[in-house]
Ligand binder design. Structure first.
Ligand code: FES
Length: 122
């Protein structure tokens, strides 16, 4: 499986310098959201909601702890793990772990100002 360069990686790397950031991007036509959590780890996640396929992140966000799908308000942490729906979370309920409801993670690496993603088959 080959590595795909992320377009405009230098600008993206700058946008992701702060922790708790998320930036939507397309790599080889695949919608992804790059995140950098509080631990500084860069991740490439699918930007298609596992519920009904809506775009989860539509614009760059900074200082966020989670991503929220605008369609039915499913909430994911910056590692892509499904936390529950906004309505349930607001009532103090979290979802039981279910990998099928997480945003799929693709391997990514950052070297010399470039970001590359290894796209995984569905
Ligand atoms: S499509 Fe994302 S919560 Fe329904």
């Amino acid at each position: 499986m080959s590595w795909h360069p992320v377009p405009d990686a230098a600008a993206l790397a700058r946008a992701l310098t702060a922790p708790a950031s998320a930036v939507p991007v397309r790599v080889a036509g695949i919608p992804l959201v790059l995140t950098r959590g509080d631990d500084g780890t860069l991740r490439a996640l699918s930007n298609e909601c596992p519920h009904q396929g809506a775009t989860v992140c539509r614009a760059a966000e900074h200082g966020v702890a989670s991503l929220e799908c605008p369609n039915h308000y499913w909430v994911f942490d910056l590692t892509g793990t499904f936390q529950g729906s906004r309505l349930a979370l607001d009532r103090g309920r979290t979802a039981p772990p279910d990998p099928a409801e997480n945003l799929r993670e693709h391997p990514c690496r950052e070297t010399a100002g470039f970001i590359e993603v290894q796209l995984q088959e569905r």
